[in-house]
Design a binder for this molecule. Structure first.
Ligand code: ZN
Ligand code: ZN
Length: 369
């Protein structure tokens, strides 16, 4: 048992409070990680109003962190004390039907307990004044110390700064991975929403050799970072929805090869479907919709060869593939440093989420050391 400062959300509608929580030792297959830094991501904020069904209160938020292993539980074999790791909200057990399928990076081996805010044995490792505090997304990286199952830890090279590569825990991998999977050299692409995910789709599309990368956003200020990362055109998303689609069709001679939707708004998803070209245009959904939302479009769009699909964590298997992204960063192909516009202490975590809501900057990172 040790003490840890952590950002706790006690109940919906409240601000996060910084508490000193107790963290129990890792049990079977679990690892105690000292978090060095955590990026603030939009998904954390879905818990603020009680709208995220897999957040059990009180909870410790955070899912874009990086840190060092400080203690391992029984039967942990892949990581050792001192290893640098990135907690994964999507584990990779390597043994379930999903992991063995070769068709998906999803692994639901511990999803049931993760979505109840507890470790695989059904109990949380966090407590406050003797009462349980829940894990969030299986990661809870807004705590100096957190416990994560070994199958939900990516061991990374120790030569990269943890307060930068923490973004590989969510935004960078999700955006870059999704683009590299579906974009081919010479393709035309469009990215709806130039936030933390969208700008990374832009740089992933550039890495994949896209010829045209069109960004769409309601904030023209997002243009400059998009341009820096490889965006070739910008369309102001505030216009009439059909006119936005028309503008993209005009720029691409009838429609894009691949469209990415990163805003989570259903009406924007429909725009993304509509600007895919007939025959093979593919629409990739990355933004999470509000609970209960439905997307509709005329079946003929699909009958004429368009594909609508989604992507989770960029289609990347965290434990076996995350170091490929570390290498891209080390080799100078992947831009992460300039995505981090604010570095904050844990005490400033609420201000960090306020910055996100005001559209100020790209990514805020809470640094523990
Ligand atoms: Zn995220
Ligand atoms: Zn699995």
């Amino acid at each position: 048992m040790l003490e840890s400062t952590a950002a706790v959300l006690h109940r919906p509608g409240e601000r996060l409070t910084i508490e000193t929580v107790s963290v129990a030792s890792p049990r079977l297959g679990e690892v105690l990680v000292e978090i060095a830094a955590t990026g603030l991501c939009h998904t954390d904020t879905t818990t603020f109003d009680g709208g995220n069904p897999s957040c059990v209160y009180p909870a410790i938020l955070g899912h874009e962190g990086a840190g060092r292993v400080v203690e391992v539980g029984p039967e942990v074999s892949d990581v050792r004390v001192g290893d640098h790791v990135i907690p994964l909200y999507g584990p990779e057990c390597g043994q379930c039907a999903m992991c063995r399928s070769g068709r998906t990076n999803l692994c639901w081996s511990i999803k049931k307990t993760r979505d109840r805010g507890v470790m695989p044995d059904g109990t949380p490792r966090f407590s406050l004044r003797g009462e349980p505090v829940h894990h969030f997304m299986g990661t809870s990286t807004l705590s100096r110390y957190t416990v994560v199952p070994e199958i939900a830890l990516a061991k990374i090279r120790s030569t990269v700064p943890l307060d930068t590569v923490c973004l590989l825990g969510c935004a960078v991998t999700t955006g870059v991975g999704a683009a590299m999977r579906d974009v081919r050299a010479g393709d035309t692409t469009v990215v709806f929403g130039l936030g933390g995910i969208g700008v990374n789709v832009v740089q992933g599309a550039r890495l994949a050799g896209a010829e045209r990368i069109i960004g769409v956003d309601i904030a023209p200020a997002k243009q400059s970072l998009g341009n820096k990362l490889g965006m070739t055109d910008f369309v102001d998303g505030r216009g009439d929805p059909d006119a936005v689609v028309e503008a993209i069709r005009d720029l691409t001679g009838g429609g894009v090869d691949v469209a990415f939707e990163c805003s989570g708004h259903v009406r924007v998803m429909r725009q993304a479907v509509d600007c895919c070209r007939a025959g093979w245009g593919t629409c990739v959904l990355l933004g999470a919709e509000p609970a209960g939302a439905e997307l509709s479009f005329p079946p003929v769009l699909a009958r004429y060869g368009r594909t609508v699909k989604g992507s989770y964590f960029g289609g990347v298997k965290g434990r076996s593939e995350l170091n490929l992204f570390v290498d891209l960063y080390l080799d100078g192909h992947l831009e992460i440093d300039s995505l981090i516009t604010h570095r904050l202490s844990l005490d400033e975590v609420n201000e960090g989420f306020d910055l996100m809501h005001s559209g100020n900057g790209t990514r805020s990172v809470v640094v523990f050391e």
